[in-house]
Design a binder for this molecule. Sequence first.
Ligand code: NAD
Length: 489
Amino acid sequence: ISLSNTTLNQLSVEHPQYDRTALTPGIAHIGVGNFHRAHQAWYLHRLMQAGEAHDWAIIGAGVRPYDAAMREKLLAQDCLTTLVELDPENVSAEVVGSMIDYLPIEEGNAPLIAQMADPAIRIVAMTVTESGYYIDPVTKGFDAAHPDLLHDAAHPDTPRTAFGALVAALKLRRAAGHAPFTGLSCDNLQGNGDILRQTVVSLARLSDPELADWIDANATFPNSMVDCIAPVTGPKELALAHDFGIKDPALVTHEAFRQWVIEDKFCAGRPAWDTVGVTFSDDVHAFETMKIRILNAGHQVIANVGETLSIETIAGCMAHPAIRNFFGKVERNEIAPTVAPVPGKTPAAYVDLIEARFSNPRIVDTTRRVAFDGSARHTGFVLPILRDQLAAGRSVSGLALVEALWARMCAGTREDGSVIEANDPIWAELNAAALEAKEQPTAWLDQSNIYGDLRDAELFRDAFCRWLTMIWDQGCIPAMNEYIAFDRQ
Ligand code: NAD
């Protein structure tokens, strides 16, 4: 059965019990990837199933030309999505219906701006990837020199970026006497709300300082911590729909774990998400630190070496003894010590949880996806831990090996000789540095946009150089085994 409003009642899996034609929009979401539909769209769907939030439906949007393909797929099925939950013990499916439209993707983003200017939209949410925020990796500040932002500053009514579109819509709202919306980042960035505020306000300031002040004073940008692994959909995942009698080319698979912790700062109201498992907290930072350090940095610990050793998935990495032991040791010895407990969870218990989640063989989360965008992920997730460990005078040997394994991967060939395709927005630079570092390891650390002053931290630099030399001489596995054995002494 193909998905549509008219075929819903023929489905054998759980599906919307609410009248979708009566839903009205409340949220515009930019970046309708897999994660958004497995996470935010699902929470809203739960509320709608309970008879709530029918005036908060999602309007999907994108600012990239390639989003048009997803738009077509979703519009063809009334914006319904099949979510397949991959519990290690049991695979189940449900169809969620909280999204009701997907805006046309146009240069200049007029449809998106008009939608966000409509006061019915009270939240503008986004998942545009970690590297989508135009942050200078070292200063963490707004990268005002980026050509996209220069364009949006010069052409504020026909912007290219999501943030330019937000600014243009907020300008229209202000001019019409409407209140602003809440900007809700759902990307894996520490302080994602603060970063979104910084990007939007700084961009507005380049073209209209008064507007920037108005946004800063009146709009809210809550920080949020999001969690649920949603792999890329490939043929294997698409085939799963068949088992449930559904035809869905936009299906999403995900693990049986979700978490969403948000600051309760919504300037124009919000759905009652707290009744469907969302945690509202003034200390999102603590939850986020635990997750970003143990889960997201943990992903970087294993994905680069997994890619280099031709291991296709994260679960495959966890089934590899050297990688599993390497992961466990770095997490427990060098990552967990930098993390404080949160209500209900110690860092040690969280490491155990992540080890189990990563090991789920049903989750075909590719090492390639997880290794993608390393320049943002290492700087965002791994290097802050390294800095903390150095400041506390504790070991960074395992973290230095993590960086050396990344440098090895960026050389662009696997240990079996096959080619690793570009998988970073700055792949060309990374690849050049990685090839140079094969002979001269410090060449990798000379990338000051990534390492900044870490290059001069002797403890880190010496360990890094030793590991990278060993990796090129002997291979990744002996290096990991050396680290594991060395630490047992
Ligand atoms: P995806 O590739 O399925 O979708 C990404 C979406 O972002 C697409 O719509 C794409 O067009 C858009 N996008 C990419 N770069 C952009 C840019 N510069 N400006 C505007 N839009 C841009 O990816 P996904 O799995 O949905 O993940 C998206 C983000 O969600 C991640 O980067 C991460 O921050 C967060 N997240 C993902 C997961 C997961 O398991 N997939 C888990 C937690 C958080």
